[in-house]
Design a protein around this ligand. Structure first.
Ligand SMILES: NC(=O)C1=CN([C@@H]2O[C@H](COP(=O)(O)OP(=O)(O)OC[C@H]3O[C@@H](n4cnc5c(N)ncnc54)[C@H](O)[C@@H]3O)[C@@H](O)[C@H]2O)C=CC1
Ligand SMILES: O=C(O)[C@@H]1CCC=N1
Length: 264
């Protein structure tokens, strides 16, 4: 089974490296194209992936094609590969705002899978939201699950919620990095060495995320387990609530979602 990647930028590269770290496919089963040839030739040298001459050759040789270009390049790429897309090929999109209907109109055929991954895929800690066109059979879904499971978790949701998932899990790593920076800055202000502050802050954030994911406890319950009566944490919470932290985060999610509606 051959998996092609059109585009090896930040997200494409995270998925490629996530897949390479697993033993799901051999490196030679990954066929890559990016006009910035150094990106894919570097992978070929390091891992033994295959560099395609162009997107057409990539599509012809691949059973699954993952289109990992910016939303405004999608139309150009889909029109370019159209002649090589057969009924049996699985075409996977990873961009906000690109609907299954839109891809179908441009390609005319193929099994379309719409996903939204995130960059922690690079270390196998990603999560990908997935939705399928009706042409996708159960065995194809199983294959898609296996591909994205090499990069972390997957959730299957209705297409109308994909861009909501994008805001919550694909944009949010950037929001969380800002939070980590801010936590560390606070520590540095109070005298912690910068490297120690990043270690403490990042592990606290990933550990807290895992507590929610793995225990299934309500985040409020976990928060209460940290917050001793009359203690230190509640003092910090008072300041965060006064500063409108929750509302700011909700507004950020809405803004990211709304932006997806106008993309392409
Ligand atoms: N960066 C992220 O965290 C996430 C990105 N996405 C989506 O993934 C897609 C890619 O985003 P990034 O990797 O961040 O962007 P990027 O700009 O880092 O990568 C895009 C890559 O596409 C290549 N490219 C441009 N024209 C091409 C063409 N005609 N054929 C083949 N390759 C071409 C570029 O050279 C570049 O390497 C976007 O649609 C983005 O919305 C989705 C979820 C998360
Ligand atoms: O910022 C962006 O547009 C991309 C899509 C989701 C995360 N990064």
């Amino acid at each position: 089974m051959k998996i092609g990647f059109i585009g090896a930028g930040n997200m494409g590269m995270a998925l490629i490296k996530g897949i390479l770290k697993s033993d799901f496919v051999e490196a030679e089963d990954l066929i890559l194209y990016d006009p910035v040839r150094e990106k894919v030739e570097g992978l070929e040298r390091e891992f033994g992936t295959v560099t395609a001459k162009d997107n057409l050759e990539l599509t012809e040789k691949s059973d699954v094609v993952i289109v990992a270009v910016k939303p405004n390049v999608y139309d150009e790429v889909l029109k370019e590969i159209r002649e090589k897309v057969t009924e049996e090929k699985i075409i996977i999109t990873i961009a906000p705002g690109i609907t299954i209907d839109h891809v179908k109109k441009l390609l005319g055929r193929g099994k379309i899978v719409r996903t939204i991954p995130n960059t922690p895929a690079l270390i196998g800690e990603g999560i990908t939201a997935v939705t399928y066109s009706e042409e996708v059979k159960e065995e194809d879904k199983e294959l898609v699950r296996k591909i994205f499971s090499t990069c972390g978790e997957i959730v299957e949701i209705e297409e109308k919620l994909i861009d909501v998932a994008m805001a919550v899990s694909s944009c949010s790593p950037a929001f969380v990095y800002m939070f980590i920076e801010a936590l560390a800055d606070g520590g540095v202000l109070l005298g912690l060495p910068r490297d120690v502050a990043y270690k403490l802050a990042s592990k606290a954030v990933s550990g807290a995320g895992s507590m929610v994911f793995k225990t299934g406890f309500h985040p409020g319950q976990l928060k209460d387990m940290v917050t001793s009566p009359g203690g230190t944490t509640i003092e910090g919470i008072r300041v965060l609530e006064k500063s409108g932290m929750r509302s700011a985060v909700i507004e950020a999610v809405i803004a990211a979602y709304q932006k997806a509606k106008g993309l392409k």
